[in-house]
Design a protein around this ligand. Sequence first.
Ligand SMILES: [Zn+2]
Length: 124
Amino acid sequence: MNFPRKVIIRGYTHSINYVATNREVATDLDSNELIGQVSYDDNEHHIRINANQKVIGIFDTLIHEIFHSLMQRNPLLRASIKPEVGEEAFVDTLSCELAYLLVSNGWVELPENVPVTEKRINEV
Ligand SMILES: [Zn+2]
């Protein structure tokens, strides 16, 4: 699989940047917890993913952030989330299930299941 550098979600182009640390993921937050984030600036949308994790983790995080953006853009999807579950748990469960489905059915082939760095992802 070639990790994409951009994705168009409901007509909005999102750049995708693979970074080396959690600190580089959430540049607008004082957080070292996030492995992925989607941000919506006025004219630019960005997805940042920590690439220093297993390839399946990068793939899962990418799908996770795409689902967050879909939630942002689609009121019906947002309204379908039960308050007691919340968006994060809903998105996390759905992205894990879809990533596993795509990989286990061979629809997406990941090169290997070892940690990768930003440099290595450029080589994939
Ligand atoms: Zn999330």
